[in-house]
Design a protein around this ligand. Structure first.
Ligand code: CTP
Length: 390
């Protein structure tokens, strides 16, 4: 994901500084060359030796170090991307006001590479209007910010201020290294997961969908600036808390939620695996064991087909097709029949847990996309933005 990418990691003096070690480690394992700059306060919390051992690269802590053979300008020029994690209110405030008084702030001011901040601090500090103004100001100037997570903070408070999970930071960084915030102002509805149809209070019918592709699409669209609504059924992965998520269980519940949200969105991607059938009668009591059981199933409503009927000229509708044979032909039929702009055809025999291979079909598109689900999600968004099934 980051093969041969040059990442400059700035670590400032927040208590989450120790979590930046895991980030440095993950980025290094993903193929990146990671140089670390630590502020004086960060060095009070964690040793530079730790980062040096993890990244196998230099760690710089001083502006005028006679032994250092790299300095702020060369590091600023060297980096493909800069990430400040954790970012304290202090470093955010300094950069927002053009103060360059140490190695890290000077490097940030001098670089032309994308700069990403991952703030982590006390809740009241993060909510302080001065910090928020600085964040807004820097965002306006093209700096990228990742929202802190909600939870128990080191200061004892509970609130928004926690350092995000390493994997989420990796996704955030990957997006800003490779893509623009080209979905700002766009409303996107995405569905994910496997619907669950109840037979009785104990049993249900479902399918193998993990929901990972839909979540990857929602995550990628969010980091590119879209206002995302994720309507999901059962998924095997935690839904990132920065997503606006609506939980449904059955095909019927998903139908109602999607139809309600549809008119507000200009791009709709239906990655959910919706049940085609549901038990005709849902038993109120647990069905008792017999020699055999005939289960009568009735068809559910096809949500995507209904959206295809209601679609306005300025809406883009994308479906998925899970196929085990005649992949392209079957997917093309669904593209036509459901009035879609694109369909992502999935060969059930090759799709893995975190990686996937799809063929994206539009009226004039036929494109094979492969990689991690997150990478493929970005590639699908690229095609949608290139618009409209050409
Ligand atoms: N879909 C839907 N509502 C349903 C069934 C499917 O919205 N009741 C959507 C899925 O979200 C997916 C697309 O239709 O985007 C294709 O789903 P798939 O299961 O591949 O195909 P089906 O149309 O159900 O046809 P078949 O099962 O015969 O392949």
């Amino acid at each position: 994901m980051f093969q041969n990418k040059k990442i400059l990691l700035g670590v400032t003096g927040g208590i989450a500084a120790y979590k930046a070690v895991d980030l440095a480690s993950r980025l290094t394992k993903l193929g990146a060359e990671v140089y670390t700059i630590m502020t004086t306060n960060a060095c009070e919390l964690i040793s530079p030796v730790t980062f040096k051992s993890i990244t196998h690269q230099k760690v710089v802590t001083k502006m005028f170090d006679p032994n250092a053979d790299i300095e702020h300008i060369s590091l600023a020029d060297w980096a493909d991307i800069v990430i400040i994690a954790p970012a304290t209110a202090n470093i955010i405030g300094k950069v927002a006001h053009g103060i360059a008084d140490d190695l890290l702030s000077t490097t940030i001011m001098a670089t032309t590479a994308p700069v990403c901040f991952v703030p982590a601090m006390n809740i009241h500090m993060y909510e302080n209007p001065i910090v928020q103004e600085n964040v807004a100001n820097l965002t306006e100037h093209g700096y990228f910010f990742m929202e802190p997570e909600f939870g128990k903070l080191a200061c004892g408070y509970e609130g928004k201020g926690r350092f995000p999970k390493t994997q989420e930071i990796v996704y955030f960084l990957h997006t800003h290294l490779n893509y623009k915030r080209d979905l700002i102002g766009k409303k996107i509805l995405i569905t994910a997961g496997a619907s669950r149809e109840e037979i009785d209070p104990m049993r249900f019918i479902t399918n193998h969908s993990s929901g990972k592709m839909g979540i990857a699409l929602a995550r990628a669209a969010h980091f590119r600036g879209a206002e995302v609504t994720l309507i999901h059924s059962v998924v095997t992965e935690e839904i990132p808390e920065y997503l606006n998520a609506i939980k449904t269980i059955s095909a019927k519940e998903m139908y109602e939620a999607v139809l309600r949200e549809f008119p507000k969105n200009e791009i709709v991607i239906k990655a959910a695996a919706v049940a085609d059938y549901t038990p005709a009668i849902k038993a109120v009591q647990k069905i008792k064991k017999k020699d055999s059981l005939n289960l009568e199933l009735t068809g559910t409503k096809d949500i995507l087909a209904e959206l295809g009927k209601q679609k306005k000229a300025d809406q883009i509708l994308v479906g998925f097709a899970a196929e085990s044979e005649n992949i392209i032909q079957n997917a093309k039929e669904k593209l036509e029949k459901k009035n879609l702009d694109f369909i992502a055809a999935n060969d059930l025999s090759v799709s893995g847990k975190d990686n996937t291979e799809i063929i994206l079909l539009g009226k004039k598109t036929e494109l094979k996309l492969s990689g991690t689900k997150f990478e493929v999600a970005h590639q699908i968004l690229d095609q949608i933005l290139g618009k409209k099934s050409e």
